[in-house]
Write a protein that binds this ligand. Structure first.
Ligand code: PLP
Length: 396
């Protein structure tokens, strides 16, 4: 029989895995809000704890709601197994702490989320782990940065906030031949647009706070990969305590039901907005991988689902346009960090998400205070374009 489409499989995973199909049973996954699970006898408890019998002991180590959501995430990512954790940062840090030990080296993409950068500079450095940042769009540069002690290459599929695109398949060919783990932060794309594991990544992490949840109301993260790697990371998560709350996991599961539909609308609207912005006076540059002018447009067109490029973009305003006046005159774009919400958002990376980067580091990414990051929501494209146009006119 023909394999069903990814969206159909995602929608039905929870029902297949958890429903006994009895009359009167809840159709959506029950939110099991309990710290501990009951055992009828000492012997039964010991058997579950040993893993000899199925069941749960304590929610930090596992919970039925989390398990259902994790199975749905595995369907989305095409993964053997997945974990749902407290945040995107918990996903990144638990994964890296599991894969690295003192003396190891990481090659990381230069365009990346500021929190990841903070971890590499902070806790990871204190653990004795060193790192080198590279322009991950340049596979040759990435390969030359690999040392004998390199254990992990960490990249974002679409880099935050410069919208650089890492050719994951080409990077995976390098990491696989050298037995190095490739960890991909796929937050900007989500598994609906791109599946890094199918292209050779070892682990994929997501700030599910963003598109996977999609409604701006829950901080949560996911980790997916082979069962053996996920088992090792699960042990780290249990020791560090970064487990997800079952209620937050349920909210993400509900958001995931519309992920494919939302990503299509976010992408199609973003392309229209990006094309309009390219023609607007006051805008010096638009970075959106769906635009033909984007250097990695062809890779996105051939690797992302339907050639769609997602809802994120960044723009540079020209020197004749007042950045604060433009941002403050927007009526529909909410001035806020985060991304992937139903409504459009705008932020200035140098003062918010990427403020901890030194000026030199910002300069090496071509990030300036004139750079603004836009998360395109689900509003009508014409309304967003009109809002941008009126704010630009006021700011010039
Ligand atoms: C690309 C990327 N990765 C990771 C994170 C961290 O996720 P969280 O805020 O859920 O910890 C973010 C947050 O903005 C992000 O944009």
């Amino acid at each position: 029989m023909r394999e069903r489409e990814p969206n159909t499989r995602l929608l039905h995973t929870a029902f297949k895995s958890n429903r006994a199909g009895q009359v009167g049973e809840a159709l959506t996954p029950p939110v099991v809000l309990t710290t501990s699970f009951y055992f009828p006898s000492l012997e039964k408890g010991a058997a579950v704890a040993r893993g000899d019998e199925p069941g749960f002991v304590y929610t930090r180590g596992g919970n039925p709601t989390l398990r259902t959501v994790e199975e749905t995430v595995s369907t989305l990512e095409g993964a053997e197994d997945s974990l749902v954790v407290a945040s995107g940062m918990a996903a990144t840090t638990s994964t890296l702490i599991t894969l690295l030990k003192p003396g190891d080296h990481v090659v990381a993409g230069a365009a990346q989320y500021g929190g990841t950068y903070g971890f590499l500079h902070g806790v990871a450095a204190r653990m004795g782990v060193s790192f080198t940042t590279v322009d991950a769009t340049d596979v040759g540069q990435l390969e030359r940065a690999i040392r004998p002690e390199t254990r992990v290459v960490f990249v974002e599929t679409v880099g935050n906030p410069m919208m650089t695109v890492t050719p994951i398949d080409a990077v995976a060919t390098i990491t696989r031949s050298r037995d190095i783990a490739l960890v991909v932060d796929n937050t900007f794309a989500s598994g609906a647009l791109y599946r890094p594991l199918s292209q050779g990544a070892t682990v994929v992490v997501n700030s599910a706070t963003k598109y996977m949840n999609g409604h701006g109301d829950t901080i949560i993260g996911t980790i997916s990969g082979a069962a053996t790697v996920i088992a090792a990371i699960k042990d780290t998560v249990n020791q560090l305590g970064g487990i997800a709350n079952p209620l937050a996991a349920y909210l993400m599961w509900r958001g995931m039901a519309t992920l494919y539909a939302r990503m299509a609308v976010h992408s199609d609207t973003a392309l229209q907005v990006a094309e309009a912005l390219e023609a607007m006076p006051g805008v010096a540059r638009v970075r959106y991988p769906g635009l033909k002018s984007h250097p990695q447009h062809d890779w996105i067109a051939s690797h992302f689902t339907g050639g769609r490029a997602g809802g994120m973009m960044s723009i540079d305003l020209d020197p004749h346009t007042d950045v604060a006046a433009f941002v403050d005159h927007l009526a529909l774009f909410h001035r806020a960090v985060s991304l992937g919400d139903t409504t459009s958002l705008i932020e200035q990376p140098t003062s918010l998400t990427h403020r901890k980067l030194t000026e030199a580091e910002q300069a090496s990414m071509a990030l300036t205070p004139r750079t603004l990051r836009l998360s395109i929501g689900l509003e009508a494209p014409a309304d967003l374009i009109e809002d941008l146009r009126q704010a630009l006119a006021t700011a010039r």
